[in-house]
Design a protein around this ligand. Structure first.
Ligand code: SF4
Length: 339
């Protein structure tokens, strides 16, 4: 992370600033505020904060709320960006708090067959501040963050890692790193870098296939990533950090749900620091796939369990408002979807 003030031009986004950069600005312009004040969840930001921002040429907030849609346990917020695109953030209520499912990119380059977010390709990376702001806007009840919104977080490695560092800084939001999950298709080079980071985050890998051929069909953008390197990189991260890595497996009838797939899953993960989340596909318009049956999911779960592989069947929240995994579209500022 570049901790100098180089590149910190007027109109920089306050939520892009590290505590050190804030101190440097404070030394230059003087301040009556703390670094922590930058992360105020209030809609009407305090006057002294606004005065400081005016004086220093800083933009306190960059996202504009364009729409909100409430479901039974979740809420989808459409945030407008300066360049005419809009991203979605999903808030999920839990018994002991709230999870913010944040976007990391404007669109996505990987074009997974089962996902709406990659249908328009990648437009650009979100800045660290644009990621942090999604959490700030979600309010103080958020105690978990999952990078499962629009975009592939490890394809925007530097900004995602900067956002995590800003979120967890004790002088700022002090968000517990243990409450942050990075969910990725697993880019081998980025997994090697992540292995060396000292961050107690959780890691989830979207696996979805047990052979290279099927994975290439489901995740066309990851064709150059060897499946065995993805698995080995994730397991190596888990061993290095003494943690368990979660592999998500979307069970798709006739595509990846054969007995041979089951056997390969068992041999890949038996005795390894791994757990499997089996998932049902959430329908996406104009995508020709089918959700699996309860019976098939149950069969996979039972066989994996018997083989000693930790496994759960996960159902995602938000299907009632098109906010479940894979259902978020890149949109324009009026909410019209792109792709
Ligand atoms: S599942 Fe993730 S990596 Fe694949 S297209 Fe959707 S956002 Fe991109």
């Amino acid at each position: 992370m570049d901790e100098s003030l180089e590149g910190v031009s007027p109109r920089i986004h306050a939520l892009d600033l590290t505590a050190r950069q804030f101190d440097m600005l404070a030394a230059a312009y003087g301040t009556a505020i703390d670094y922590r004040d930058l992360f105020s969840p209030q809609r009407d930001l305090p006057g002294r904060l606004r005065d400081w921002a005016d004086k220093s040429g800083i933009r306190l907030r960059k996202l504009s709320t364009k729409a909100r849609e409430r479901g039974s346990r979740s809420e989808k917020v459409l945030f407008g960006l300066d360049d005419g695109y809009a991203i979605e953030t999903v808030l999920i209520r839990r018994r002991d708090g709230m999870t913010a499912c944040v976007s990391s990119q404007v669109g996505c380059a990987f074009a997974c067959r089962f996902c709406a977010s990659g249908q328009a390709g990648l437009k650009r990376n979100l800045s660290a501040g644009e990621i942090v702001e999604q959490v700030v806007r979600a309010g103080p009840k958020v105690n978990r963050i999952v990078f499962m919104g629009i975009g592939e977080p490890l394809n925007n490695y530097a900004n995602v890692l900067d956002a995590i560092r800003i979120l967890r800084d004790r002088r700022g939001m002090a968000f517990p790193t243990s409450g942050i999950t990075v969910s990725t298709i697993g880019i081998p080079k980025a997994l090697r870098s992540l292995r060396e980071e000292h961050l107690a985050i959780s890691l989830t890998i979207s696996l979805h296939a047990t052979t290279q051929e099927v994975r290439d069909r489901l995740i066309p953008g990851a064709r150059k990533h060897a499946l065995r390197e993805v698995v080995a990189g994730a397991l190596s991260w888990a061993q290095r950090h003494n943690r368990v890595v979660t592999f998500v497996y979307l069970v798709l009838p006739g595509i990846n749900d054969t007995h041979a797939d089951l056997q390969r899953l068992i041999s890949m993960f038996s005795g390894r620091p791994a757990r499997i989340n089996l998932m049902r596909w959430n329908p996406v318009d104009s995508v020709d796939l089918a959700p699996t049956s309860d019976d098939r999911l149950g069969f996979f779960r039972q066989k994996l369990e018997r083989a000693g592989v930790p496994v759960v069947v996960r159902d995602t929240q938000g299907r009632d408002i098109g906010a479940a995994c894979g259902q978020l579209w890149l949109r324009d500022l009026t909410g019209i979807r792109i792709g």
